[in-house]
Structures are given as C-alpha cells and as structure tokens.
Design a protein around this ligand. Structure first.
Ligand code: NDP
Ligand code: OXD
Length: 291
C-alpha cells in the first residue's frame, strides 16, 4: 500500500482523523465504527464471509462491501473437506481408537466411494471448488443453492422446494452457506431428520448455522454418525462446551481456509484502484440478499 502512495493505520493501535479514512479492511469491524468515517468510499472484507460486517447495526449500507474471493482460499477449503470426508469414509477415528488400545482391527470398509454421497449445502465460489476436488475419488456429489446452478458432474438442487430431496441424498453434508437471516440455525433437528441414517456433518461455514444441542441429540440417538466442526457460535470455543469432548465430534479452531495475506492485499488494491477509477469493484456483496 505504501508503494502505491497510500497510508495505512490500524484501529486500536494508531491515532487517526476519521476524515482521513477512505477504505476500511476488516473481518468483524467494531460495531458503529464505520458509520463515524465521513469520507469512507468502500468496505473491504478480509474474509469470504461478511457476516461480521452485517453484525454492525450502523453499517453504512450505501457503500460497496467487497468480499474476499480467492482461488487459494477455495483450494485450502477443498483440502480440509476432502481430508475430513476421507477420515469419515475410511473410518480413521475407529482405527485411531483401536491403535490406542493396541488392537489389530482388520475390517472391510462398509461402503465404497460410490455409496458415500456428498451434499454441499451452499455450492457457491468455494463449494464449487470443493466439489471438483471430491469428484476424482468417485464420490457422487450434489449441491444445493438458492438459484438453479449447473456445475459439471454435480447433481444440482435449489430452493426450498428441492431441499428435502437434496438432504435425502446426502450421506455427508458439507455446510458452505453464508450466514444470513434465511440460513441462521438451518442445521437443526428438522434438517438432521431429513438426512439418511448414519449421515455425517461437516460445518465449515459459520457457527450460527448450527443448533449445537440438536446436533448432539442427533448423534447420541444414532441418527447421525458424527460431525466435524470448524466454526462456532462463540470463538474461541468456550472450555465448557460439550462439543470439545464429544467422542464423535472433531473440533478444529476455524482454520479450514485462512485468507492468504498477499492475495488479500492484491484483492484490496484491485478494489481500491477500481473505486478510484470510478469503476465498480469485483465481488461486491448484495446487501439486500445478505451475501
Ligand atoms: P458464495 O456466496 O460464493 O456461495 C454461497 C452459496 O450459498 C451460493 O451457492 C448460494 O446460492 C447459496 N445460498 C445462499 N443463501 C442460500 C439459501 N437461503 N438457500 C440456498 N442456498 C443459499 O460464498 P463462498 O462460497 O465464497 O463462501 C461460503 C461461506 O464459507 C462464507 O460465507 C463463510 O461463512 C464460509 N467460509 C469459512 C471459512 C473457514 O475457514 N471456515 C473460510 C472461508 C469461507 P446462489 O448460488 O443461488 O447464490
Ligand atoms: C472467511 C473465514 O469467511 O475465514 O473467509 O471464515
């Protein structure tokens, strides 16, 4: 930014005049702060999800909010999802437990890849890349989106009308939805009941999508076989959360895909250059839609 003749200041570290700020980059801006910047031209999200901005009741909604869309981010997410699909499909946690007891448990895997159907709940920028990485293993992949969508080799479902058919065909459900008023709490008892018996959940979107108690009840009843969770209502996940200790839940600390700082800087520079040239930046969020 300095090479481009720009000055950067860090909120909470540097002092600055509110009039001097043209652009803000953040993941979860302090509520109310953006509304105090009279010359702000655009808001730049450091993440793909922009729910941290939407949590600000005073968000200046007349300004463009640019979100982070990046190939490397999607590829990292694909690695994470492929890894957890395979750990589940190959029953690796069972072998880990057997090793801990010194047990040689040579068993036949209960399913072939063609029998483990993966459903991507929210097949957008990242979900599409995740689907492409799952396909070479032979997993049948389907995707659910708000509007109809064609992704090569992926069975597409859209809207409320096709949701139940999509769920019924998802042995592993991967949540990659944005957090909006429509999707908050979507991973609940009603949805779990629509999944096939022994289905597995991977939530890499937002903690706000999941009703934690419903997940634990669905696993404890035997309807779901387990879950991998990367995102939580409160982060860091409080020590008292039962999710930490559940034997069929894997917890990771919001690391599924972390924005690369260099790619982030390039994306922000591009957005700023476009704004300064009077052009619309790429990947502007539709605030009415919420993502
Ligand atoms: P996109 O906006 O590109 O994709 C969102 C998808 O969800 C689209 O297919 C969209 O449908 C669908 N969708 C949105 N609302 C609904 C709805 N009400 N019903 C059905 N489908 C819906 O987002 P990204 O792929 O870039 O990112 C997805 C999320 O992943 C982010 O919002 C963030 O929360 C999470 N994330 C998590 C990370 C982590 O480290 N854990 C890292 C990066 C992202 P349509 O195609 O019709 O618009
Ligand atoms: C993101 C995230 O949204 O890191 O990019 O969660």
């Amino acid at each position: 930014f300095a090479r481009e003749g720009m000055t950067t200041v860090v909120h909470g570290r540097d002092t600055f005049a509110v009039e001097a700020i043209d652009y803000v980059a953040s993941f979860r801006p302090p509520p109310g702060l953006l509304a105090t910047l009279p010359n702000l031209k655009a808001m730049l999200s450091l993440g793909a999800g922009i729910d941290g901005f939407l949590a600000d009741p005073a968000l200046p909604k007349h300004l463009p909010l640019v979100r982070f869309v990046d190939r490397t981010l999607s590829e990292e997410m694909a690695q994470y999802v492929v890894m957890h699909v395979l750990i589940h499909h190959r029953m690796q946690r069972m072998f880990d437990a057997a090793q801990a007891k010194g047990e040689w448990r040579q068993i036949l895997l209960p399913r072939r890849t063609a029998q483990t159907r993966i459903g991507i709940l929210g097949i957008g920028e990242i979900g599409t890349v995740v689907a492409r990485h799952l396909q070479p293993f032979g997993f049948p992949v389907s995707g659910w989106s708000r509007t109809p969508k064609a992704v090569d080799g992926v069975r597409g479902y859209s809207g409320a009308a096709e949701r139940d058919a999509f769920l019924a065909a998802s042995d592993v459900l991967v949540c990659l939805l944005p957090l909006t008023d429509e999707t908050r709490g979507i991973l609940n008892a009603d949805l779990f009941a629509k999944l096939p018996r022994s289905a597995f959940l991977i939530n890499v979107a937002r903690g706000g999508h999941l009703v934690d108690d419903d997940l634990i009840a669905a696993i404890d009843s035997g309807h779901l076989s387990g879950a991998t969770l990367d995102v939580f209502h409160t982060e860091p996940l409080p020590a008292a959360s039962p999710l930490w200790r559940h034997p069929k839940i894997t917890v990771t600390p919001h690391v599924a895909a972390i924005s690369d700082p260099d790619a982030g800087a390039r994306t922000m520079l591009d957005a700023i250059r476009r704004c300064e040239a009077g052009e619309p930046p790429l990947n502007v969020v539709d605030l009415a839609r919420g993502y």
